[in-house]
Design a protein around this ligand. Structure first.
Ligand code: ATP
Length: 312
């Protein structure tokens, strides 16, 4: 089973309002509310791929209850730490072909909450064979929190995939105990290195030679419609994908992480790992719902992904 971690989940509310009026009343006919947060997108796609998955993290209040209800309704096993504060809503207003987002910060956790979660995580580790950690940390937890979780996984011989950004990612990478895989995009790479990274093979290979990436088995730099650039051990790969009809690209990175996790869990060869991760990313892009794929299209698009090993 794969354990997915979402430390700051949300109820994602989408309000389609074709002509949004500022400083006026806007009525919504068809609001949609789903359990959200990057880790829960990963969870749904893993489940759709037919793989056993257990969702954990921290939640609370009525909103937390709603998230648990949604997961249970979708038959997704879950075991979250419940806290005495309300989880967050994240609102997307879809108007005039644009998307305006209002994102609550969510609860501020105490040191006790952090320790209680780590105790739960330690227990859950004994029943899983791979972990994914996605998204940002809630307020109140130290930026070294994910790094500690990677180390706890490593101590038990469990590979951990980390998909986060900013200081938490930097802390993970600066530690001598490394995650098994990471999936930055170019913006995250640029932030980490403090210099511009281009989509060229030379710029990307040079970036991934940086000391902070040494010892990470898989580094998948996702590049939207341009596919991915990957470092696996000491090998580099350029992965290209066919042009597709983009419906909603939000959550494609999470779907990529889901494909990566499932293929790595099954110890697939590099070629299959990369083709699976790109296919699940593409399939998410082709659907309206975030963190959702149509598995019926899997084989067709899997065949169209091209993987080229780079001599560097
Ligand atoms: P997000 O934060 O929305 O989850 P991300 O920046 O982490 O996204 P992307 O690099 O945009 O991730 O997308 C991940 C993968 O999804 C890509 O490598 C690709 O396989 C697929 N994908 C994303 N956008 C497109 C697109 N426009 N056309 C085709 N495939 C896409």
């Amino acid at each position: 089973m794969i354990l997915t971690v979402t430390m700051n989940p949300s109820v994602d509310i989408s309000y389609p309002i074709p002509h949004f009026k500022l400083d006026d009343v806007n009525r919504v006919e068809a609001a949609s509310k789903t359990a959200g947060g990057k880790g829960l997108n990963v969870t749904r796609v893993i489940k759709q791929l037919g793989e056993g998955v257990l969702a954990t993290g921290v939640l609370g209040g009525m909103i937390g209850e709603y998230i648990v209800q949604e997961l249970t309704k979708n038959e997704i096993e879950n075991n979250f730490l419940k806290i005495n504060q309300e989880s967050r809503n994240c609102i997307a207003i879809l108007h005039d072909g644009k998307q305006t987002e209002i994102l609550e910060a969510g609860p501020t956790l105490t040191n006790e909450d952090g320790s209680a979660f780590l105790a739960k995580y330690e227990t859950l580790l004994s029943s899983v064979s791979l972990v994914t950690i996605s998204g940002s940390l809630p307020k109140g937890l130290p930026s070294t929190f994910y790094r500690q979780m990677v180390e706890m996984g490593r101590d038990k011989g469990i590979p951990v995939i980390v998909d986060t950004s900013g200081e938490s990612l930097r802390q993970v990478l600066l530690h001598n105990v490394k995650p098994f895989a990471i999936k930055p995009n170019i913006t995250e790479l640029t932030q980490l290195l403090g210099r511009e990274v281009e989509q060229s093979i030379s710029s990307l290979s040079q970036a991934l030679e940086d000391d902070m990436f040494q010892g990470i088995e898989w580094i998948v730099v996702s590049m939207g419609g341009a596919g991915a650039f990957v470092k696996h051990g000491s090998d580099f790969y350029r992965v290209t994908i066919p042009p597709i009809d983009v419906v909603n690209p939000v959550g494609s990175g999470d779907a990529t992480v889901a494909g990566l996790a499932v293929a790595l869990k099954h110890k697939q060869p590099a070629l299959v790992v990369l083709k699976t991760a790109m296919t699940t990313g593409m399939l998410n892009t082709m659907e309206a719902a975030t963190g959702h794929i149509n598995t019926a299209n899997f084989s067709q698009f899997f065949e169209l992904v091209q993987v080229e090993k780079i001599d560097y």
